[in-house]
Design a protein around this ligand. Structure first.
Ligand code: DMJ
Length: 707
């Protein structure tokens, strides 16, 4: 999760792949925003100088007489002084002055422009020494961290003070003054930093010593057959999850048709691009086929095999992971690593495993910070990392660095390389160590000091999937990861004590917390929490189990209430000033095909089999058909409160990976991807529960592969 479309930084950090993708037009932006205006300023300065010189010429002629007479007089006086020449005091002085003025203006402009230019490769070359732009060596520990520790305060200072994006190059290109905030941050974080450095150097792990060629990766040790033997049930169920009841089956078929329609249009108009723009019938930025990777498992479980094979072939021949692009660590992890891992576990195709591991390795430099808390953005080619410009004081985002655990543990499983697990365990160790206000986890953490940067807590954007990954880590470990369990229930307790509210109308909701003050707003993103609390109910303290299930149902109910009158829900809804689950701001009224409410319906259906969840899901299908289906795909809408909708022209990749998959599962039997065997990552990519003892047992045989 982590993407918060309702944040004021929506444009810079939208939920779509705009954040994930590769701003190759950066140079163009630089030309438009800086170089052209700079040329214009120089040109107009030059033009006004020309005009001034012309005027000067005229005045000069008029004054010539007077000046000549004066000069004569001055010369006569000067001649009387020994050793003094009168020539330097001639008529050209004004011209020289103007010329000098022009030159100094030009120089100032050039330097000014250079200093305030956005990042570009050229600037990096100018300002970064070779070692600084080289990809950092992989490892959770010391050497690089120390280097980063020494140099980051400057960078941090710049980002803190200006509140701007620091690409590494950009930040370092600025004047290296250590700002007040940076110093403070270092001081404040001194202890945490020390502790972490100590603890990491103690464990100087296998990863630290590993090089990229012998990083311990030995994929041969993972046996797909054995993995299948450790599943309790066949992944696709007895009959691919086909429900016995004809009406439900019809509904399921409808969802499958929607998937095919969305896919066919993507294929026709935006193949290889990240997302389809269904109104303009073209692709949305980026050529790394996000919709393809995100769709692989959905196509497979729906039995759309021709489409799945096209997708697989594209991965084989076109997925280019060597791109020098800049990417969000979080988005690449949940969509690409998650999507490829799922595809591998479902199909056994080595191709997907190899691509996932290749990509995983490319993400490792993101952890190369003093604390091991990764920065949000990484250049996959060079390994350069930096923080989001909009993130407070160069901080990392809870929902981003907290949403890596499931995928990284699986990367270790497949590669037999501990480095991935070490990276995410290190994050957890830090989170355990630092003080939490009222037991809550704020959304922004400094990767330099390891301290919270501000006290904003949210179960929606910026915080959400951190909590989700705690309980799912526990479940995915076959309920052996007690640390994750303790953290999850501890966090849930704090959430209940501080954030969970009841509206005057009786609706239960999760407010946001800003340094102790409640903002009575709930984001659409936060609606995943119904499902999350539901799947965690059974493992809570015995006296709390029913309570958690009730809480999950209440939240899901509240989110359903927000779906009106188009039967689609706004980006955020409020419970103040008389509002009850209603978006009171125009800017919160949009719906971008998000899955969270439907996700909770799916889990609540599996947990309770209350038919209302299938009915609510069907309402959503009808609403999607009525308001979001356009001639060439599905589109988000700008206002869920208007029946004559206006479309946003985006078919998000998560619509294919999540929204349609959860709907399909909702109308399927529970044995399609049974929860006893699978957890879904935050992009709805199913990952298998790891049954260590079974996997290590020599005698384990595949019982299900014939399916
Ligand atoms: C998805 O990319 C993921 O679910 C993420 O965790 C949150 N946002 C979108 C869907 O809304």
């Amino acid at each position: 999760r982590g993407n918060n479309a309702s944040s004021p930084n929506f444009v810079q950090r939208p939920d779509t792949l705009r954040s994930l993708l590769f701003f190759k037009n950066r140079k163009c932006i630089y030309v438009v925003t800086w170089r052209i205006p700079a040329y214009l300023v120089v040109f107009s300065l030059y033009a006004s100088l020309q005009a001034a010189e012309q005027r000067l010429g005229e005045e000069r002629a008029a004054c010539q007489h007077t000046v000549e007479a004066t000069t004569k007089k001055v010369s006569m006086v000067f001649r009387k002084l020994p050793g003094v020449s009168a020539s330097g005091m001639g008529l050209r002085l004004s011209q020289k002055f103007v010329f000098l003025l022009f030159l100094s203006g030009l120089v100032t402009l050039c330097f000014g422009a250079l200093f305030f230019l956005p990042d570009s490769v050229r600037l990096k070359r100018i300002f970064l020494s070779k070692t600084e732009i080289q990809p950092v060596t992989v490892g959770s520990g010391s050497e690089n961290d120390v280097r980063e520790h020494l140099k980051r305060p400057k960078e941090q200072g710049m980002t803190s003070a200006k509140g701007e994006t620091g690409t590494k190059g950009k930040s370092l290109s600025r004047k290296p003054s250590v700002s007040h905030e940076a110093t403070e941050e270092r001081l404040a974080g001194g202890k945490a930093q020390e502790d972490l450095t100590l603890s990491r150097s103690k464990t100087e792990s296998a990863s630290e010593r590993a090089t990229s060629s012998d990083r311990g990766a030995n994929s041969d040790t993972f046996s797909y057959q054995k993995f299948r033997g450790c599943l309790l049930k066949a992944p696709l169920g007895r009959d691919n999850g086909k429900p016995g009841d004809p009406q439900t089956n019809e509904r399921r078929e409808k969802v499958k048709e929607m998937m095919k329609f969305a896919w066919d249009n993507y294929k026709r108009y935006a193949w290889g691009k990240n997302e389809l723009r269904p109104l303009t019938r073209n692709g949305h930025i980026g050529n790394i086929g996000a919709s393809i990777i995100d769709s692989l498992d959905t196509l497979y479980i729906m039995g759309l095999m021709e489409e799945y094979n096209d997708a697989k072939e594209w991965v084989q021949t076109n997925l280019d992971l060597n791109s020098n692009g800049e990417a969000s660590l979080f988005e690449v992890n949940i969509r690409y690593v998650g999507g490829l891992l799922s595809a591998y576990y479902l199909t056994g195709e080595e191709l997907f495993k190899n691509k996932a591991m290749e990509l995983g390795e490319k993400l490792l430099p993101a952890f190369n910070t003093p604390t091991g808390i990764p920065r949000g953005v990484i250049n996959l080619g060079s390994g350069t990392i930096w923080s989001w410009g909009w993130a407070s004081a160069g901080s990392s985002i809870l929902a981003e660095f907290g949403t890596l655990h499931l995928e990284f543990v699986h990367l270790t499983e497949l590669s037999n390389n501990p480095v991935y697990t070490e990276k995410v365990m290190n994050i957890r160790k830090l989170l355990n160590k630092i003080e939490k206000p009222h037991g809550l986890y704020p959304n922004f953490l400094s990767p330099v000091s390891g301290n919270w940067v501000q006290h904003h807590v949210s179960i929606g954007g910026l915080g959400d999937s951190f909590y989700e990954y705690l309980i799912k880590s526990y479940l995915m470990s076959d309920k052996t990861d007690d640390d994750a369990k303790r953290m999850y229930y501890g966090a849930l307790e704090a959430i209940e004590a501080n954030l969970v509210q009841k509206s005057p109308g009786g609706l239960t909701y999760m407010a946001e917390w800003r340094g102790g003050i409640l903002d009575h707003k709930m984001g659409h993103l936060a609606c995943f929490s119904g499902g999350m609390i539901g799947i965690g109910a059974d493992d809570g303290a015995p006296e709390k189990r029913q309570h958690y299930l009730d809480l999950a149902a209440e939240i899901t109910h509240t989110c359903h209430e927000s779906y009106t009158p188009t039967k689609l829900g706004p980006e955020a809804f409020r419970f103040d000033g008389g509002a009850e689950a209603t978006a009171t701001r125009l800017s919160d009224r949009y719906y971008i095909l998000r899955p969270e409410v439907i996700e909770s319906y799916m889990y609540m259906w599996r947990l309770t089999h209350d038919p209302k969840y299938r009915e609510w899901g069907w309402e959503a299908v009808e609403a999607l058909e009525q308001h979001c289906r356009v001639e060439s795909g599905f589109s988000g809408i700008r206002d869920v409160y208007t029946m004559t909708v206006s479309h946003d022209n985006m078919q998000q990749s998560f619509f294919l990976s999540e929204t349609l998959k959860y709907l399909y599962l909702l109308f399927s039997d529970d044995d399609l991807l049974p929860l006893e065997d699978w957890v879904f990552n935050t992009e709805a990519h199913p990952l298998p529960i790891i049954r260590k003892s079974c996997l290590q047992d020599e005698t384990t045989q595949d019982k299900t592969v014939s399916k």
